[in-house]
Each structure stands twice: as C-alpha cells, then as structure tokens.
Design a protein around this ligand. Structure first.
Ligand code: ZN
Length: 88
C-alpha cells in the first residue's frame, strides 16, 4: 500500500467530496463521495464497510477516482487520476 493510498484512506470524506469511488465486483459501480459524506467519517471507514449487493463480501477492488465514468481522462490542464485503495 502506497503512502498516498494511506493518506486517502485516512482523509475525511468531505475533503474528497467532488471525487468518486469506483467499486469492482460482480459489476463496476461509481459512487459519488458527496453522497457518502458524514461528519468525521474517513474514506477508509466507508471503504471497509462496502459490500457487493450480489455476492455479499467486500468488493474485489476499490479505487478513488476524479471522475465518475470509466476511462474518463479529463483534459490536458486537468488530467483525471485513479488511485487504487483496495485489491483482493
Ligand atoms: Zn460481487
């Protein structure tokens, strides 16, 4: 796990409210962080509670991404980024 991943997991959700979680399991789902924001909750506290609606356990992978679309690349002056948070 990289230092940046640890920083993101420890960050309050409100600090990343304009970003998205990309959750991969039986399907790929985008979750806007702004819909998850609760006072004092960190990104990690939410990620650890994620469950797949179809198969039950935690999803195979979770990424933090700048845009809520697969392959979204942003623009030259504002390139999109994707950071892996969980990989099982
Ligand atoms: Zn699943």
């Amino acid at each position: 796990m990289s230092d940046l991943t640890i920083l993101i997991l420890a960050a309050p959700l409100s600090a990343l409210a304009d970003h998205w979680l990309g959750v991969q399991c039986c399907a790929y789902v985008f979750i806007p962080i702004r819909t998850l924001v609760q006072d004092g909750h960190t990104v990690g506290a939410v990620v650890i509670r994620l469950r797949c609606r179809r198969c039950g356990p935690g999803p195979k992978s979770v990424v933090m991404q700048q845009h809520g679309a697969a392959g979204a690349s942003g623009t030259a002056s504002d390139p999109a980024w994707v950071m892996s948070l969980v990989r099982r």
